[in-house]
Ligand binder design. Structure first.
Ligand code: SF4
Ligand code: FES
Length: 266
């Protein structure tokens, strides 16, 4: 099938000029939006700029707005879009460096701000034995650890759209992920870090982040669970309310009716 790709163009030397380049492309079976962009760059316009690395939904580099919805270009086949015209734009709610390349420094700065690492209460005391963790303890946070830092949830979030200072769903979900880890002692410091203006209580629970997340992280759930933890801690009830059962696991957003990939060639 032949598709028309409308690709948003932007060059930092002429920031007032934004326009769309249109290309026709004969799509092979299983061709993804990223495959199409690579083909266009190799065969039609070498100046087309976009970011990618793994081509398998793991590195988080290829987030783009595809027909108005933030998605991973490598995880989206042209055929599943159900439209002959495919419009590709850079992720919203991030500055644009060039064409489809978003500037993600703010995403990573906000991520760093929630102390996204295991913190031990006595960092200078070496453990005397392996720090064990039960399967239930692991499952209580494992879903939130699937985040690939693609920034798609931030692009989908209406609060991020109206308040650029808002920390956003990616970082807040990771505040919960690390605080929920039974090996971590950093929850009090993280609760202090997020209990400020433009941070966790600015989440209005629109849920758009969880709907858009390509890895099934469900950041909206993580934010609500962390708010609950903060409220329980403020009332001295955290130990009594600490969840012991594992969460129901939400898998990645499964898409129905996707054509199968082409047959293996090697
Ligand atoms: S929570 Fe999901 S959408 Fe947001 S950065 Fe992580 S993987 Fe991407
Ligand atoms: S290229 Fe790595 S997630 Fe798409």
């Amino acid at each position: 099938m032949t598709y028309t790709l409308r690709v948003s163009r932007f060059h930092p030397d002429s920031p007032e000029e934004r326009f769309f380049s249109e290309f026709e492309i004969d799509a092979e079976d299983g061709m993804t939006v990223l495959d199409a962009l690579i083909w266009l760059k190799e065969n039609k316009d070498g100046s087309l700029s976009f970011r990618y690395s793994c081509r398998m939904g793991v590195c988080g580099s290829c987030g783009m707005l595809i027909n108005g919805y933030p998605m991973l270009a490598c995880n989206t086949q042209l055929a599943e879009l159900g439209a002959a015209v495919v419009t590709v734009e850079p992720l919203p709610n991030h500055p644009v460096i060039r064409d489809l390349v978003p500037e993600l420094s703010s995403l990573f700065d906000k991520h760093r701000g929630v102390r996204p690492h295991i913190e031990r209460g006595e960092p200078d005391v070496a453990p005397k034995a392996e720090l064990a963790q039960s399967i239930g303890e692991h499952k209580s946070y494992s879903q939130f650890s699937y985040c690939i830092k693609c920034g798609i949830c931030v692009s989908a979030c209406p609060t991020c759209a109206t308040d650029p200072a808002y920390t956003g769903p990616q970082a807040l979900a990771q505040a919960h992920r690390y605080s929920q880890d039974s090996l971590d002692d950093g929850a009090p410091a993280r609760m202090e870090a997020v209990d400020k203006e433009h941070v966790i209580f600015n989440c209005h629970y629109a849920g758009a982040c969880s709907e858009a997340c390509p890895k099934g992280v469900d950041p909206a759930l993580a934010i609500q669970l962390f708010k609950r933890r903060m409220a329980a801690a403020a009332w001295g009830l955290w130990e009594a309310q600490k969840p012991t059962a594992e969460l129901p696991q939400q898998g990645p957003n499964l898409k129905p009716d996707i054509p199968p990939p082409p047959a293996r060639t090697a």
